[in-house]
Design a protein around this ligand. Structure first.
Ligand code: AMP
Ligand code: ZN
Length: 135
């Protein structure tokens, strides 16, 4: 992908604050962080999203995230941590190169990454289940 900023960053063609790198992934600090340490796991190969990325690559991204998250817990003394991964504009994806957010959380950090729960009826939940299962 010639025009993809994350391809260029992942391959080292554009400088970044890299906190982890191996043959397949680069982890960079987000330049608009939700909290101190907010990082992005970038595969070096271009895949737009979860639907395109092969299973073994996404599994590798989660392994890398676990390693980086453990290091953050120790070094940043965060109180919690969110893994977030957006797919499609409707879900908030703004850069169309698969990336996994690692967001360290701190007591009273003022961020709101959780959703507002709704209250479907039992029948509505069953209908969703049946749709997903193709019943
Ligand atoms: P998303 O909304 O899931 O697509 O997330 C894209 C993220 O990439 C946002 O959190 C941006 O702050 C971050 N971002 C965009 N461009 C850069 C860049 N050049 N370097 C670091 N982070 C970036
Ligand atoms: Zn790309």
């Amino acid at each position: 992908m010639d025009n993809c900023i994350f391809c260029k960053i992942a391959k080292g063609e554009i400088p970044s604050n890299t906190i982890y790198e191996d043959d397949s992934f680069r982890v960079i600090l987000d330049n608009g962080p939700a909290t101190k340490g907010h990082a992005l796991v970038l595969p070096k190969e271009h895949y737009a999203d979860l639907f395109e990325i092969p299973e073994d690559v996404v599994a590798g991204a989660v392994k890398v995230a676990k390693k980086v998250a453990s290091n953050m817990k120790e070094k940043l003394s965060c109180d919690g941590l969110n893994l977030v991964q957006n797919n499609g504009e409707a879900a908030g994806q703004t850069v169309m190169h698969f990336h996994l957010h690692i967001i360290p959380r701190y007591e009273n950090d003022g961020q709101h990454i959780l959703w507002k729960p709704t209250s479907p009826s039992a029948e509505e939940l069953t209908a969703v289940k049946d749709t997903i299962l193709g019943a």
